[in-house]
Ligand binder design. Structure first.
Ligand code: SF4
Ligand code: SF4
Ligand code: SF4
Length: 265
């Protein structure tokens, strides 16, 4: 699969379609984001699969917004999985990126990852490599199934108390794009308190993600949280409580199905 991506991107460079390609690079035993600026460098491309699929994931779309603001007239390629492409579409919608200056280069996630992430579309439309696996819709949510939001409010508040206010969830989120973040407004969240104001801190972030239909359920926030707070489950439950079922993975899966039906008719 990696060879197909390398060949495709080499071609983009050869045809002068991109100035650079934002992907992942193997550095010794580590994998990290890297802007490839020529085809020769692509030997070191990584898809982030180490001992398990997608073990090294980064919010490449978010990094791309910073590169695009530095080089607004250049076209850049970017490596995407299904969830990355969904985030990319959102960033196009809010004008954080210009679709005319971005070429997504996509690959499919394996079925085991779709199962692990409860992912309804584990592949991008801009698919270059890999076989699309079946999406997982309405599967068992190991945390959410045990913890309904309103019925177990105290349990959630206790969970929120584990938060160390590292901002990792916000910083890694591909669609957290505000220049001024409410979570840093002292009037909302008093400074210096650990754990941060409970439930304001985590519920403010949840409401921003859900209320503005931002979350693409990539699960990066949950993966980085040092306190193991089940953030993805929280956002899903909040979406249901506030009547935003259409933004849950099930709701998004239904919209995708409608789109496919409309495209086929
Ligand atoms: S959320 Fe879906 S597309 Fe994203 S890494 Fe997981 S399985 Fe792949
Ligand atoms: S799952 Fe977390 S990191 Fe991913 S889009 Fe939603 S809030 Fe952001
Ligand atoms: S990543 Fe976890 S510990 Fe850090 S601010 Fe977010 S919820 Fe709190």
């Amino acid at each position: 699969m990696k060879e197909e991506i390398q060949a495709y991107v080499r071609n983009l460079f050869a045809e002068g379609k991109i100035k650079g390609f934002l992907g992942l690079k193997q550095k010794g035993t580590d994998v990290g984001p890297h802007l490839f600026t020529n085809a020769d460098e692509l030997e070191e491309l990584s898809l982030g699969d180490r001992e398990s699929p997608a073990e090294a994931r980064y919010p490449l779309d978010k990094i791309l917004t910073h590169l695009a603001s530095e080089y607004p007239n250049e076209t850049l390629g970017v490596l995407v999985r299904g969830c990355d492409e969904r985030a990319l579409q959102l960033l196009f919608t809010v004008s954080m990126l210009d679709p005319d200056h971005v070429i997504p280069v996509g690959f499919a996630c394996p079925a085991e990852l779709a199962e692990k992430h409860q992912c309804w579309k584990p592949f991008p439309d801009a698919l270059v490599a890999g076989e699309p696996a079946q999406g997982v819709v309405g599967g068992e949510d190991p945390v959410g199934a045990q913890m309904d939001l309103l019925g177990k409010l105290q349990q959630w508040f206790d969970t929120f108390d584990r938060c160390v206010k590292c901002f990792g969830c916000r910083n890694i989120c591909p669609v957290c794009y505000c220049h001024e973040c409410t979570l840093e407004e002292a009037a909302m969240i008093p400074r210096g308190d650990i754990p941060p104001a409970n439930p304001n801190f985590l519920m403010t972030r949840a409401m921003h993600m859900v209320g503005r239909s931002l979350c693409v359920y990539c699960g990066l926030c949950e993966e980085v949280c040092p306190a193991d707070i089940p953030l993805k489950s929280l956002y899903k439950l909040v979406a249901k409580v506030v009547g935003q079922e259409g933004t849950t993975p099930e709701g998004l899966a239904a919209k995708e199905e409608e789109k496919q039906v409309a495209a086929g008719s």
